[in-house]
Design a protein around this ligand. Structure first.
Ligand code: NAD
Ligand code: UGA
Length: 432
């Protein structure tokens, strides 16, 4: 099938790579010229494990091309995916202006039947608005359908998630759209669920919000564990064995980050309110998350008393391991606090240093080696559970730091063992 993917960020690229891998003829479009230039030259604009191989293989097989031009991509394709960003506005409402702009461009290039697929995460009833916009701007008598097909991949595991989806949700309003999407995804495993477009849109917001709620629940629990002298990892192990609860997304930490949970929970709260329901639980989920990073910062303040002029090593800037993405990473709030207090901040991250440089410029120092970052550090903060951090040589670390003080926002080590190894070690929701 001939497919156009508009928006070649994390989702657009992974979707385009996956669809070309299963045999479709895919053109990925982006209005960021530098991004497209890089892609055509075989340079990845983002770090996502395996993506480079998928893209190289399918470019070579001539199933995958890149362009900055939406119009010809629409004209030559039968199925058009919208994968542009849907960021938060100050009120928490989703900014749908990128989606709307793409819908208008698609409309003016319709000719023959097209299936327009909304893959960006959007509030309920957005497909209806896309349909209305296309009808306004398309030539009279244009034939098209708008479908919702939310994406559930997670960064760091995007390619295996895309190739082995937990579910394929098809929100459609016609049998023709359903059949086309069934055909498109036929080679992929995983259950297919067919719904109306608004239910499909809600599946996405509800899934992300539910996962965020699990994390906030467990972070609130961690705070009680600290007050009661219990260990949150033991409590969640005991909870997770109940199959109705399950073991996933019960890791306490410095809070969730990334480009999706924070914005999607806000957007879901906002649209619920617009529809006439105050989904208070979602506001609390976000509050607990914001408080969690503040509690982490308070731990640093308590441990060091005065931050000014202290050397602080930050191990991990990315919002999670195996990505270079630092959007809404908890590390950002922590580093900003340290800078405000006058600390000398030394950053280590195996993949996200380039993005960190855009964010912090020359206010911090950047290190490709953990021990280099930690040299003479008064305090070491663990903010991303990178394998390199999890498996670091603790005695070597101890030999380079000024103070063997670790504050761990990801509970990577056993507090007892850390004490035996001579560290002052503070985790989340555990006896120190
Ligand atoms: P992103 O910012 O990485 O990519 C969006 C891309 O769209 C950018 O490259 C931008 O230049 C391009 N773009 C914007 N306007 C355009 C236009 N008019 N024409 C062509 N290109 C245009 O965003 P992302 O992380 O890929 O997320 C995209 C959407 O997918 C969001 O709604 C997000 O919530 C959703 N989503 C993301 C993930 C994820 O893991 N990142 C997972 C599931 C769903
Ligand atoms: C998340 C969802 O997992 C995907 O299904 C969804 O498609 C995606 O959002 C999206 O809509 O963009 P992602 O944000 O890439 O994926 O990463 P997650 O693995 O979900 O982690 C999100 C944040 O939660 C990270 O900061 C992570 O450290 C944190 N987290 C996760 C915890 O603090 N504890 C946990 O137990 C799990």
């Amino acid at each position: 099938m001939k497919v156009a993917v508009i928006g070649s960020g994390y989702v657009g690229l992974c979707t385009g790579a996956c669809l070309s891998e299963i045999g479709h003829d895919v053109i990925c479009v982006d209005n960021n010229e530098e991004k497209v230039r890089k892609l055509i030259a075989g340079i990845m604009p983002i770090y996502e494990p395996g993506l480079d191989d998928f893209i190289a293989r399918n470019m070579k097989a001539k199933r995958l091309t890149f362009s900055t031009e939406v119009a010809p991509a629409v004209q030559q394709s039968e199925v058009i995916f919208i994968c542009v960003g849907t960021p938060s506005t100050a009120s928490g409402k989703a900014d749908l202006s990128y989606v709307e702009a793409v819908a208008r461009t698609i409309a003016s290039n319709l000719g023959g039947y097209k299936l327009i697929v909304e893959k960006s995460t959007v509030p309920v009833n957005t497909a209806e608005k896309i349909r209305m916009t296309i009808s306004h701007y398309a030539p009279e008598g244009s034939e098209f359908d708008v479908a919702s097909n939310p994406e559930f991949l997670a960064e760091g595991t995007a390619m295996s998630d895309a190739m082995n989806p937990s579910r394929i949700v098809l929100g459609v309003t016609s049998k023709r759209a359903e059949n086309l999407l069934r055909e498109l995804y036929k080679p992929l495993p995983g259950p297919v669920i067919v719904t109306d477009t608004s239910s499909s849109e809600l599946i996405k917001h509800a899934s992300n919000s539910f996962l965020a709620m699990k994390i906030s629940f467990v972070n609130a629990l961690a705070n009680i564990c600290e007050l009661a002298g219990a260990d949150v990892s033991q409590v969640t192990e005991g909870m997770g064995l109940d199959p109705r609860i399950g073991p996933h997304f019960l890791r306490a930490g410095v809070g969730y980050g990334g480009s999706c949970f924070p914005k999607d929970v806000d957007a879901f709260h906002f649209i619920a309110e617009e529809l006439g329901y105050n989904f208070r639980l979602l506001a609390e989920v976000q509050d607990v998350n914001r408080e969690q990073v503040k509690r982490f910062i308070a731990k640093i303040d308590r441990a060091l008393w005065v931050i000014k002029e202290k050397k602080i090593a930050v191990l991990g800037v990315a919002f999670k391991p195996d990505t270079d993405d630092i959007r809404n990473a908890p590390s950002i709030a922590v580093i900003e606090h340290l800078l405000l207090e006058g600390a000398q901040v030394r950053l280590y991250d195996p993949k996200a240093l380039e993005n960190a440089k855009q964010q912090f410029q020359n206010q911090v120092s950047y290190h490709e080696d953990i021990y280099d970052a930690c040299t003479d550090a008064d305090c070491t903060l663990l903010l991303t559970e990178w394998k390199e951090v999890r498996t670091m040589d603790l005695q070597k670390l101890k030999s380079v730091v000024r103070l063997p003080l670790i504050i761990d926002g990801r509970n990577l080590f056993d507090p007892k063992e850390m004490k035996q190894q001579g560290f002052k070690y503070f985790g989340i929701g555990r006896r120190s």
